[in-house]
Design a protein around this ligand. Structure first.
Ligand SMILES: [Zn+2]
Length: 179
């Protein structure tokens, strides 16, 4: 059993890997953040859809509009797996004193250029979040966290998973290309 006091604020790498270690877990999480009430077609508002077999793309049963899971997110148009992105966000948000592009690249197993690009995008989101605080009152802004509530809330099995950083991105950003 975890020591609740000791682990209350942090979200360890082990926790993270348990929650977001596989591509499937990342996809499921992204789907939930994007469509917390279930899938809604951005074209016609229809809620029934089918999934393409080859890619994580959803096709509306009414208007046949196709919408990729990563559309309108920071992850759009990237060839990197979601697991790489999620881990990058985790590492960057956990590193209170900053993390160099070089160190990030080593941790992720990607080139310096790729790591640098990822870092710029994530830092941009974090900065805009600090500047505008559009979700104030809905989420806590003093601490970025991946797991349940960071303070005074439920943790562990069955607790709601939230990621304000990503959720804000989904609300405010168009796709940004990553080379
Ligand atoms: Zn539709």
């Amino acid at each position: 059993m975890k020591n609740k006091v000791q682990f209350q604020k942090g979200y360890s790498l082990i926790d993270f890997m348990n929650d977001y270690g596989s591509e499937e877990q990342c996809r499921k999480a992204l789907f939930k953040w994007k469509w917390p009430q279930g899938y809604i077609c951005p074209e016609c508002g229809g809620q029934s859809y089918c999934t393409l077999k080859t890619r994580p793309v959803f096709q509306c049963n009414q208007c046949h509009h196709q919408h990729s899971l990563t559309s309108t997110t920071i992850f759009a148009s990237t060839k990197l797996p979601l697991t790489t992105w999620f881990l990058a966000i985790h590492l960057l948000t956990q590193a209170k004193t900053g993390l160099s592009g070089l160190a990030l690249g080593r941790q992720l197993g990607v080139s310096y250029n790729t790591a640098w690009s990822i870092k710029q995008k994530v830092m941009q989101v974090m900065k805009e979040r600090d500047d505008s605080k559009p979700l104030s009152g809905v989420i806590q802004l003093d601490d970025v966290y991946w797991g349940g509530e960071s303070r005074g809330g439920k943790r562990g099995r069955g607790s709601p998973k939230k990621h304000p950083l990503l959720q804000q991105y989904l609300l405010t950003h168009k796709a940004i290309r990553l080379r």
